[in-house]
Write a protein that binds this ligand. Structure first.
Ligand code: GRF
Length: 197
Protein backbone atom coordinates (compact mmCIF):
# COMPACT_ATOMS: atom_id res chain seq x y z
CA UNK A 1 0.00 0.00 0.00
CA UNK A 2 1.19 3.55 -0.67
CA UNK A 3 2.15 4.49 2.88
CA UNK A 4 2.98 8.13 3.65
CA UNK A 5 4.70 9.67 6.64
CA UNK A 6 3.83 13.39 6.72
CA UNK A 7 6.04 15.77 8.70
CA UNK A 8 4.63 19.12 9.82
CA UNK A 9 5.52 22.02 12.09
CA UNK A 10 2.38 24.16 12.16
CA UNK A 11 -1.09 24.71 10.77
CA UNK A 12 -1.10 21.61 8.55
CA UNK A 13 -3.25 23.04 5.75
CA UNK A 14 -1.23 21.00 3.24
CA UNK A 15 -1.65 17.90 5.42
CA UNK A 16 -5.38 18.59 5.37
CA UNK A 17 -5.35 18.72 1.58
CA UNK A 18 -3.67 15.30 1.49
CA UNK A 19 -6.19 13.90 4.00
CA UNK A 20 -9.10 15.31 1.98
CA UNK A 21 -7.90 13.99 -1.40
CA UNK A 22 -7.32 10.50 0.08
CA UNK A 23 -10.81 10.56 1.60
CA UNK A 24 -12.28 11.70 -1.72
CA UNK A 25 -10.60 8.74 -3.40
CA UNK A 26 -8.47 10.73 -5.82
CA UNK A 27 -5.15 9.99 -4.09
CA UNK A 28 -4.39 6.28 -3.72
CA UNK A 29 -2.43 6.40 -0.46
CA UNK A 30 -2.72 6.14 3.29
CA UNK A 31 -1.09 8.37 5.88
CA UNK A 32 0.61 6.00 8.33
CA UNK A 33 1.81 8.72 10.68
CA UNK A 34 1.95 12.49 11.10
CA UNK A 35 5.05 13.69 12.94
CA UNK A 36 5.63 17.20 14.25
CA UNK A 37 8.56 18.86 15.98
CA UNK A 38 6.05 20.96 17.95
CA UNK A 39 3.38 19.59 20.28
CA UNK A 40 1.22 22.68 19.64
CA UNK A 41 1.11 22.20 15.84
CA UNK A 42 -2.55 22.47 14.81
CA UNK A 43 -1.87 19.87 12.12
CA UNK A 44 -1.67 17.25 14.90
CA UNK A 45 -5.32 17.96 15.67
CA UNK A 46 -6.18 17.61 12.00
CA UNK A 47 -4.46 14.20 11.96
CA UNK A 48 -6.15 13.02 15.15
CA UNK A 49 -9.56 14.08 13.78
CA UNK A 50 -8.85 11.88 10.76
CA UNK A 51 -7.82 8.93 12.97
CA UNK A 52 -4.17 9.14 11.89
CA UNK A 53 -1.43 8.20 14.42
CA UNK A 54 0.63 11.21 15.53
CA UNK A 55 4.08 11.60 17.04
CA UNK A 56 5.92 14.63 18.44
CA UNK A 57 9.68 14.88 18.60
CA UNK A 58 10.63 18.32 19.92
CA UNK A 59 14.18 19.39 19.10
CA UNK A 60 14.16 22.06 21.81
CA UNK A 61 13.27 19.48 24.46
CA UNK A 62 15.91 17.06 23.18
CA UNK A 63 18.58 19.76 23.27
CA UNK A 64 17.47 20.85 26.75
CA UNK A 65 17.98 17.23 27.86
CA UNK A 66 21.54 17.30 26.53
CA UNK A 67 20.87 15.92 23.07
CA UNK A 68 22.13 17.40 19.80
CA UNK A 69 20.95 17.85 16.22
CA UNK A 70 22.51 14.63 14.92
CA UNK A 71 20.94 12.65 17.74
CA UNK A 72 17.63 14.28 16.86
CA UNK A 73 17.90 13.25 13.21
CA UNK A 74 18.79 9.67 14.18
CA UNK A 75 15.88 9.44 16.63
CA UNK A 76 13.47 11.02 14.13
CA UNK A 77 14.58 8.57 11.42
CA UNK A 78 13.96 5.60 13.71
CA UNK A 79 10.58 6.95 14.73
CA UNK A 80 9.46 7.51 11.13
CA UNK A 81 10.95 4.20 9.89
CA UNK A 82 8.86 2.37 12.48
CA UNK A 83 5.78 3.29 10.43
CA UNK A 84 7.33 1.82 7.25
CA UNK A 85 6.54 4.71 4.90
CA UNK A 86 7.01 4.38 1.14
CA UNK A 87 7.32 8.17 0.88
CA UNK A 88 8.19 10.80 3.50
CA UNK A 89 6.37 14.09 2.82
CA UNK A 90 7.60 17.37 4.35
CA UNK A 91 4.50 19.57 4.34
CA UNK A 92 5.17 22.72 6.29
CA UNK A 93 8.12 21.10 8.10
CA UNK A 94 10.45 23.83 9.30
CA UNK A 95 13.63 22.01 10.39
CA UNK A 96 16.62 21.24 8.17
CA UNK A 97 17.15 17.47 8.02
CA UNK A 98 20.72 16.15 7.91
CA UNK A 99 22.14 13.00 6.35
CA UNK A 100 21.44 10.86 9.40
CA UNK A 101 17.77 11.25 8.51
CA UNK A 102 17.97 11.64 4.75
CA UNK A 103 20.03 8.48 4.12
CA UNK A 104 17.28 6.35 5.68
CA UNK A 105 14.65 7.41 3.15
CA UNK A 106 16.39 8.94 0.13
CA UNK A 107 15.23 9.36 -2.64
CA UNK A 108 11.68 9.02 -1.36
CA UNK A 109 11.62 12.22 0.68
CA UNK A 110 9.80 15.18 -0.86
CA UNK A 111 9.37 18.75 0.31
CA UNK A 112 6.87 21.45 -0.52
CA UNK A 113 8.42 24.89 -0.85
CA UNK A 114 6.48 28.10 -1.59
CA UNK A 115 8.91 29.45 -4.21
CA UNK A 116 10.32 28.49 -7.62
CA UNK A 117 13.54 26.46 -7.90
CA UNK A 118 16.57 28.45 -6.78
CA UNK A 119 14.53 31.62 -6.12
CA UNK A 120 14.00 31.96 -2.38
CA UNK A 121 15.38 28.95 -0.47
CA UNK A 122 14.81 28.81 3.28
CA UNK A 123 12.23 30.45 5.48
CA UNK A 124 9.86 33.35 4.76
CA UNK A 125 9.98 32.61 1.04
CA UNK A 126 6.57 34.16 0.36
CA UNK A 127 7.39 37.44 2.14
CA UNK A 128 10.78 37.57 0.36
CA UNK A 129 9.12 37.07 -3.02
CA UNK A 130 6.57 39.77 -2.19
CA UNK A 131 9.38 42.21 -1.32
CA UNK A 132 11.27 41.30 -4.49
CA UNK A 133 8.13 42.02 -6.54
CA UNK A 134 7.67 45.37 -4.82
CA UNK A 135 11.30 46.15 -5.67
CA UNK A 136 10.65 45.29 -9.32
CA UNK A 137 13.06 42.33 -9.23
CA UNK A 138 10.52 39.64 -10.14
CA UNK A 139 7.24 39.55 -12.07
CA UNK A 140 5.82 36.40 -10.42
CA UNK A 141 6.68 33.72 -7.89
CA UNK A 142 5.60 30.09 -7.55
CA UNK A 143 5.51 26.81 -5.67
CA UNK A 144 7.52 23.63 -6.07
CA UNK A 145 7.79 20.12 -4.70
CA UNK A 146 11.28 18.64 -4.83
CA UNK A 147 13.23 15.65 -3.58
CA UNK A 148 15.05 16.50 -0.37
CA UNK A 149 18.84 16.66 -0.35
CA UNK A 150 21.22 18.13 2.24
CA UNK A 151 21.26 21.53 0.52
CA UNK A 152 18.11 23.39 1.58
CA UNK A 153 15.27 23.47 -0.96
CA UNK A 154 17.65 22.38 -3.74
CA UNK A 155 16.83 18.79 -4.75
CA UNK A 156 15.46 17.51 -8.06
CA UNK A 157 12.19 19.26 -8.85
CA UNK A 158 9.19 16.94 -9.12
CA UNK A 159 6.64 19.59 -10.03
CA UNK A 160 6.46 23.38 -10.00
CA UNK A 161 3.82 25.98 -10.75
CA UNK A 162 4.16 29.75 -11.26
CA UNK A 163 1.96 32.01 -9.10
CA UNK A 164 1.14 35.54 -10.30
CA UNK A 165 1.57 38.63 -8.15
CA UNK A 166 -0.66 41.65 -8.83
CA UNK A 167 0.11 45.33 -8.14
CA UNK A 168 -2.68 45.71 -5.58
CA UNK A 169 -1.83 42.47 -3.75
CA UNK A 170 -1.26 42.57 -0.03
CA UNK A 171 1.12 39.98 1.40
CA UNK A 172 -1.94 38.15 2.71
CA UNK A 173 -3.43 38.08 -0.81
CA UNK A 174 -0.25 36.46 -2.14
CA UNK A 175 -0.04 34.00 0.76
CA UNK A 176 -3.63 32.91 0.15
CA UNK A 177 -3.02 32.48 -3.59
CA UNK A 178 0.16 30.46 -2.91
CA UNK A 179 -1.46 28.18 -0.33
CA UNK A 180 -4.27 27.33 -2.76
CA UNK A 181 -1.66 26.29 -5.34
CA UNK A 182 0.27 24.34 -2.67
CA UNK A 183 -2.77 22.31 -1.68
CA UNK A 184 -3.13 20.98 -5.22
CA UNK A 185 0.56 20.70 -6.02
CA UNK A 186 1.49 18.60 -2.98
CA UNK A 187 -1.22 16.06 -3.86
CA UNK A 188 -0.15 15.94 -7.51
CA UNK A 189 3.49 15.47 -6.49
CA UNK A 190 2.68 12.62 -4.10
CA UNK A 191 0.64 10.91 -6.81
CA UNK A 192 3.52 11.23 -9.28
CA UNK A 193 6.09 9.86 -6.80
CA UNK A 194 3.88 6.94 -5.77
CA UNK A 195 3.25 5.96 -9.38
CA UNK A 196 7.01 5.99 -10.02
CA UNK A 197 7.89 3.78 -7.02
C1 GRF B 1 3.47 26.48 3.69
O1 GRF B 1 3.69 27.65 2.89
C2 GRF B 1 4.57 25.48 3.44
O2 GRF B 1 5.01 25.43 2.10
C3 GRF B 1 5.65 26.05 4.31
O3 GRF B 1 4.95 26.27 5.52
C4 GRF B 1 3.65 26.83 5.16
C5 GRF B 1 2.59 26.29 6.10
O4 GRF B 1 2.14 25.08 5.62
N1 GRF B 1 6.78 25.19 4.44
P1 GRF B 1 0.97 24.25 6.40
O5 GRF B 1 -0.27 25.14 6.42
O6 GRF B 1 1.48 24.00 7.81
O7 GRF B 1 0.78 23.02 5.59
Amino acid sequence: MNRLAVLISGNGSNLQAIIDHIAAGDLDAEISVVVSNRADAYGLQRAAAAGIPTEVLDLVEIKAAGGDRIGYDVELAGLVAGYEPDVVVLAGWMLILGNDFLQRFTPHIINLHPALPGAFPGTDAIARAYAAYQAGDIKHTGVMVHRVVEEVDAGTVIVKEPVPIFPDDSLADLEERIHLVEHNLIVAAIDMVLRAL
